[in-house]
Design a protein. Structure first.
Lengths: 338, 397, 446
């Protein structure tokens, strides 16, 4: 409960922070939030005055917040499109990647970490260490480029972007029976019964998901491994052995549960690294998601989309941390029952 | 108490291979435990009394390694060397023939599982068949009683609960033969089919509660559902004892179980252990550094110093007639009102490079030239009273 | 000696303190105003000057404190030290240039002298004992310390990974320091700034490695070899500034929060939480996108953004450690024996809490460089042609698809700089891991 209450001022503070960051810019640049039509650009001064951009700070904050929450107006990007709409349009692409990568990360991280901890210094442990080192030393964009050059430019198996040429033609054909349901290629293709589109989608997804999962699971493997080692050193492990349990049972029933508890707290951080990883990965593979949108806008120094993405990530991050906290309390009886 | 030996430790050598050197933790340790007795193992911290207990269960963690000797357990009229057995066999011994209770009860319990789950684990591991059979038996008896009639409504209701359907009997049979079988595992998860599992669990829970009641824990049903951090020290230790005794072991190794508890709780636990012994009749190996506890609880006592057993005799005999200089010194150190506090001069030798001869020689007031060079033999100085000291090697019996 | 402060000592102590404060302010002023001093070595600039100045300034304050607390000895030695101090501190920054190295040496000297000033045996020296007796006492007292240091070194030697890590780091530092020799700027430099890669022609297509350009050229004909070598400078610079900056700010805030507790703690921690509510790189992007139009140079914006995003980590860490140690039994024991707060902080809290911070610092060196490279890749970091590894890779993306028949035709544009980055980060990671294993007292004795 306390966590919930604490989260609100944090979110509020985050929003204020973004607003404060925005204030660095002169009004001429900030007025883009209020311009809905490129033709209005000539009269920006007037619009700025109208929207209080020359008014004191707190007034501006009020208007800005109002525009944000009530109209979900995040401003216009450099092409004149409302940022909010642009984000909504590109959201499915990002969700599709994240949706497959997250369980993969958790799975690899936890299982590998547990096994590495249980079999210290054996091959699986060495292997996990190599993975951990790779994950923390390799630049993700570089890894993506290398994989791309091998598997696409070289072997032609896994192309970048979301759809192949054939699929694009199919989508743009007004006679095709295709219906979008969720916006996700893998799901919708199955609903529509178009198996070949499903395969195509998977082919395009494999590389970005591999890059995201492999590098991000490194942290999880490390943390799980060390918490496993810690758990195995505790007295109750000896007591369990003295009861006559086999090593496998001891690891799986006793050590694992205790080891997973600290690992769960890391999964909150994993969301953050996913949010950043998505920016880079989508750019490398040109996946057309919100990450790429933010990256391209940043490159052009276009402020609203970047700010919009920052706000979005903050909200997602804070919420997911909350969920993790609740989960943590649920799993560890010491916290649940005080 | 019979004269039959239950456990014999012969020439046990234990070494820890550490960075700083090889620690000779146990040096040709010899011990004999008779069936039904309470034997105390007393000594200072670091003398090796705890690791002796762990060795009996072959639970020495690396970098420790048992280098030699035998640990013989009397089982089914045969002597079995526990050090030579495979792990699979040892697992049937641990918890069932030999059990252990620990110094810090709270850390000996897994914080994420309830009391019931942890005691049940021990029961399930060793007594699964027994409980399966019991369920089947109860069902049969219930059926017969119901057939005979002449029962009150209340009794009828109670008995019908014990009756098992054919399907349940079949599943229990499968569980009996192959508890890890696929069918059993799947059926346990499915709501309607898992009735047999639930009955079984209920039986196990009944056992758990019964054990807790035996430990004189008030309100055992509620305590069974508690987590370890909710228990007080004394309560936790009772739970640990319940866990250890749940499968009726022949030998209970108690590794300083009361050291971390308040003095009043300590007395309760000691009395509990004494009463449990009367009820269950197990042999107890009581490891402690407290002479008072030895006097209170034990029939025989083994005194350990620096990895050796230096004296082994009956309790009264030891107090009246201590033979080994170390034992004598220890007894003199017991604080007595009105007299000055005494201590033993010198320090316990480091075990990485232990003295070649007798390990006590540098602190022994009776040390002879022989003691520096030669390690003494463990001999019987009197009937049933063995010493590891050169002073008595002349009097071999 | 405590309680018996001769007047001269107090005077000297106060003088020392004042001078150090002045020096600190000069340093800060220099940072804000820009560096009007001549530079001895290209690539070393305002920031490093500042670090050195502030460092000695802080040390001066410490010397002042010890003098004041009466733990130092005869005012003769103290005066001598102060005079030397004054000369160096007022004159050297003005003369700067090659004197920088002398400055650094004096820094070390300062620390050694400071240490010895506090040794009790030295105190007795001026009470009349012979030098030999003092040295003998020192030797006996240092024995356990020396043994520990030897043990640490042995651990270091045994752990091959730590040696590899240290070797890698040394390699890069070497490469950075001697960049002007390994890859001379020559006449192809852009506008005299050695950090800009030399341009050989204006063709767009990258050229494969050849004699003239050992590692090839990237898009726009910038020499990759040059870029990689001088990139080490860029990387180390970014790493030290950002990690150092976030460390200092984080430590300050964390220590304040832990020391005062109460509402200050709450406020500071909320502030930390607010910054941490954003995933790091994303907040960086948002900050850079706002800072650059406001007038910051690209790389400066990157560094500032990374520092802003980085300090909460350190603050939380040090606060957590301090709070944990405050509650340990040995602190209570020390308090009950009558130790002053300062002494407890100095002898118990600081040494125990500093290890995780050190470890995070070394790991951060790697993470920060990775983040900066990612930002460069996204186009937010160094401008084209600047010697920065991430920047070199960012342009290589175009050239992968260009020739379907030989996808690796332009391998040199990304494989090589990527390897440089990865090994750099790897080195620091290994070092950090090794430090963790070596310094953690519970893991030492296995």
């Amino acid at each position: 409960m306390r966590r919930l209450i604490l989260a609100i001022p944090v979110l509020l503070g985050a929003v204020i922070l973004i607003f404060a960051v925005l204030q660095f810019l002169p009004p001429g640049m900030r007025v883009s939030v209020f311009i809905t039509d490129p033709k209005q650009a000539r009269y920006w001064r007037l619009i700025a005055e109208q929207n209080g951009l020359f008014d004191p700070v707190y007034v501006q904050f009020y208007y800005w917040l109002k525009a944000l929450i009530i109209d979900h107006n995040l401003g216009l990007d450099i092409t004149g499109l409302p940022v909010f709409d642009a984000i909504m349009r590109r959201l499915p692409a990002t969700i599709e990647i994240v949706m497959y990568a997250s369980p993969l990360i958790v799975f690899i991280g936890l299982t590998l970490g547990v096994q590495a901890g249980a079999n210290k210094d054996k091959p699986i442990d060495q292997g996990s260490r190599i993975l951990a080192i790779m994950g923390t030393s390799l630049p993700s964009f570089w890894f993506g480029i290398v994989l791309l050059s091998i598997f696409y430019a070289g072997l032609g198996w896994f192309p970048p972007q979301r759809y192949g040429q054939e699929v694009l033609k199919y989508f743009s054909n007004p006679n095709s029976p295709w219906q979008w349901h969720t916006g996700l290629v893998t799901i919708d293709s199955l609903i529509n019964g178009q198996w070949w589109i499903f395969v195509d989608g998977v082919r395009h997804l494999i590389l970005p998901i591999t890059v995201l999962s492999l590098l991000n699971s490194a942290v999880m493997v490390r943390v799980t491994r060390s918490s496993m080692l810690e758990a195995l050193g505790k007295d109750y492990i000896t007591a369990a052995k003295a009861k006559g349990l086999s090593k496998k049972e001891v690891v799986n029933k006793h050590a694992r549960r205790n080891a997973l508890i600290p690992a769960i707290t890391i999964s909150g951080l994993m969301i953050a690294s996913l949010l950043t990883g998505v920016v880079i990965t989508e750019t490398v593979f040109s996946m057309g998601g919100i990450g790429q949108y933010a990256a391209e806008s940043a490159r052009l120094l276009d402020v609203p989309p970047v700010i919009g993405y920052a706000l979005l990530s903050a909200v997602v991050f804070v919420l997911s941390n909350l969920i993790v906290d609740v989960l943590y309390a649920y799993i560890d009886p010491r916290i649940r029952l005080g | 108490m019979t004269e039959r030996p239950l456990l014999r430790i012969q020439d046990l050598d234990l070494r820890f291979y550490t960075y700083e050197g090889v620690v000779e933790a146990l040096d040709r340790v010899r011990l004999q435990i008779k069936d039904g007795e309470t034997i105390g193992v007393v000594g200072e911290t670091g003398c090796g009394k705890s690791v002796t207990g762990f060795s009996e269960l072959n639970l020495i963690p690396p970098p420790g390694k048992i280098e030699g000797g035998k640990i013989l357990l009397q089982k089914n009229d045969q002597w079995i060397n526990l050090l030579r057995q495979r792990d699979a066999y040892l697992r049937t011994v641990r918890g069932k023939d030999i059990s252990m209770i620990f110094q810090d009860p709270k850390s000996a319990l897994n914080p994420v599982y309830t009391v019931r789950q942890q005691i049940a684990e021990a029961i399930l591991h060793h007594r699964r068949e027994e409980l399966c059979l019991k369920l089947l038996e109860d069902s049969k008896n219930a059926v017969e009683s119901l057939k005979r009639g002449n029962l009150s409504e209340h009794e009828k209701a109670k008995l019908t609960k014990s009756v098992l359907s054919k399907r349940e009997k079949r599943m229990l049979g499968r569980m009996f033969k192959d508890p890890q079988g696929l069918i059993v595992r799947i059926a346990s998860r499915i709501p309607v089919l898992n009735r047999f599992k639930r009955r079984f669990n209920r039986e196990v829970t009944r056992e758990v509660v019964r054990m807790l009641k035996d430990m004189r824990i008030p309100d055992p049903d509620r305590v069974a559902e508690m987590y370890p951090h909710e228990l007080s020290g004394g309560m936790a230790q009772r739970v640990v004892i319940a866990m250890a005794l749940s499968c009726n072991p022949k030998l209970l190794i108690a590794d300083e179980p009361t050291t971390n508890l308040d003095v009043t709780v300590q007395l309760q636990i000691l009395n509990l252990i004494k009463d449990l012994k009367k009820k269950y009749g197990m042999t107890i190996q009581y490891i402690t550094h407290d002479m008072g506890v030895i006097a209170e609880m034990c029939d025989r006592v083994a005194v350990m110093y620096a990895g050796n057993v230096v004296e082994l005799s009956e309790v009264l005999e030891m107090f009246k007639n201590p033979l080994h200089p170390y034992t004598k010194a220890l007894l003199e150190c017991i604080p007595r009102p009105g007299t000055e506090l005494k201590s033993i001069e010198g320090f316990v030798p480091g075990l990485i490079d232990p003295p070649k001869g007798c390990r006590f020689h540098d602190r022994c007031p009776y040390a002879m030239e022989k003691c520096v060079r030669e390690k003494p033999e463990f001999v019987s100085a009197k009937k049933d009273h063995q010493v590891l000291c050169h002073l008595y090697t002349g009097e071999i019996r | 000696m405590v309680g018996e402060r001769p007047l001269g000592l107090t005077f000297l102590a106060t003088l020392e303190a004042i001078l150090s404060v002045i020096q600190l302010n000069v340093g800060i002023l220099l940072l804000i105003v820009g560096n009007p001093l001549p530079q001895a070595l290209p690539g070393l600039d305002v920031g490093l000057t500042w670090i050195v100045l502030v460092g000695t300034g802080v040390l001066g304050l410490l010397v002042g404190y010890y003098l004041w607390s009466g733990q130092a000895l005869g005012w003769l030695v103290a005066t001598g030290l102060l005079v030397a101090d004054v000369i160096f501190r007022i004159l050297l920054p003005v003369m700067f240039g090659a004197a920088w190295i002398v400055f650094a040496i004096f820094l070390e000297l300062d620390m050694v002298i400071l240490y010895y000033l506090t040794r009790p045996s030295i105190t007795t020296f001026f009470g009349g004992e012979t030098i030999r007796a003092v040295l003998e006492k020192e030797r006996v007292e240092m024995q356990p310390r020396i043994k520990e240091i030897k043990f640490t070194l042995k651990l270091v030697r045994k752990s091959s990974l730590s040696i590899i890590g240290a070797a890698i780091v040394f390699f890069y530092v070497f490469m950075a320091l001697f960049a002007p020799i390994l890859a001379p700027p020559g006449d192809l430099t852009q506008g005299g700034d050695p950090m800009m890669m030399p341009k050989d022609g204006s063709g767009l297509i990258p050229i494969a490695p050849s004699m003239k350009h050992p590692l090839g050229t990237m898009q726009g004909q910038y020499d990759i070899y040059y870029g990689c070598v001088w990139g080490a400078r860029s990387a180390l610079r970014i790493g030290i500034y950002v990690a150092g900056g976030s460390l200092l700010i984080g430590l300050a805030i964390g220590i304040l929060a832990a020391y005062y507790g109460g509402w200050m703690d709450e406020v500071l921690m909320r502030l930390t939480d607010i910054v941490l509510a954003f995933p790091g790189l994303i907040l960086c992007m948002a900050l850079i996108v706002v800072l650059v139009p406001t007038g910051f140079a690209r790389l400066d914006a990157v560094m500032l953004a990374l520092v802003i995003v980085g300090w909460p980590g350190y603050a939380r860490l040090i606060r957590g450690e301090i709070l944990r140690i405050k509650n340990e039994d040995y602190v209570e024991a020390a308090k009950s024996v009558g130790c002053s707060d300062f002494r407890i902080i100095r002898s118990h809290i600081l040494p125990n809490s500093i290890y995780p911070v050190l470890i995070v610092f070394t790991l951060d060196m790697g993470t920060i460089v990775l983040a900066a490279a990612a930002l460069s890749f996204l186009g937010l970091g160094a401008v084209m042609g600047y010697a920065d590894w991430g920047q070199i890779i960012s342009l290589s993306l175009n050239w992968i698809y260009s020739n379907p028949n030989s996808p690796f035709q332009y391998w040199f544009t990304f494989i090589i700089p990527g390897i440089f980055i990865s090994i750099f980060v790897l080195g620091w990671n290994l070092l950090g891991d090794a430090l963790r294993d070596i310094l953690d007292p519970t893991l030492r004795r296995k």
